[in-house]
Design a protein around this ligand. Sequence first.
Ligand SMILES: *[C@@H]1O[C@H](CO)[C@@H](O)[C@H](O)[C@H]1NC(C)=O
Ligand SMILES: *[C@@H]1O[C@H](CO)[C@@H](O)[C@H](O)[C@H]1NC(C)=O
Length: 250
Amino acid sequence: MLTVYDIVKQAVVLILGIVLAVGFGPIALPLPGLPHVKIVDLKEALRAPEPLPLEGVLAPNNALEAAVVLFNNTLQSSESVLVEPDGSVVLLDKYGALLTAAPNASAPGGYQLDPVPKAWLGPSRPLGFKRDAQGDLIVCNTALGLVKVVGSSVVLLGQRVSDSSPLDPGSPILYANTLDISPTTGVVYFSDSQMIPVTPNYGVPRARPWYDTLGSYLRGVYSVGPSSATACLPAAWFSHSQHTHPTLPH
Ligand SMILES: *[C@@H]1O[C@H](CO)[C@@H](O)[C@H](O)[C@H]1NC(C)=O
Ligand SMILES: *[C@@H]1O[C@H](CO)[C@@H](O)[C@H](O)[C@H]1NC(C)=O
């Protein structure tokens, strides 16, 4: 509850802030403990193009009004979803559980979630994932890098860029974000969004701690370091035939 003391304190801080801002103009303050990088204007060529006009297939529609929320209060924050050929669904929740849901006409929304996880992805937070040609799940597990799920086991595939890479040699992969797998070559392409790792969030009372990608993303933005906002994509990829020793591009 706000007390008179809180209100007076906030008013004093606000007035002091206005006086300083009017008196001195903007002041560049480096954030404590974080890398301070000079902010520069992007070159014209690097700026995003003008968005396409909202017409044709992009015209506004009401399609999402027919959407049904599945597994409300049961499943939390599955960043990606995989629909299997048999119509069942694979999901990775924010705690790193690998879950499946089967079509079931009598279940709410038409899917029945199996509450027992098939595997645990280990610490960190899984984001994008796909099946490879062998049928194993390849997962971007943020600070754990790229991992593969084989049955209920997890194999670490790549946690840092190779020393011979021309781009960021030897740098750790701290925010593996999303991936795609070439259907013809099996090469996995994935993004590493920033250099601030994902850390656990213990701060929500009565909530189970989880690896907080939003918190880490915001620390990246505040620190003006390479973040997803600056579209940093150290191109790290490897051949599927080399599961344990990824080769990175030259
Ligand atoms: C999900 O559950 C919450 C809490 O019970 C409820 O407030 C909300 O309306 C539900 N949302 C949907 C889409 O069912
Ligand atoms: C299908 O859903 C209903 C309602 O939730 C449930 O009682 C039933 O056990 C489900 N069937 C299967 C095969 O899981």
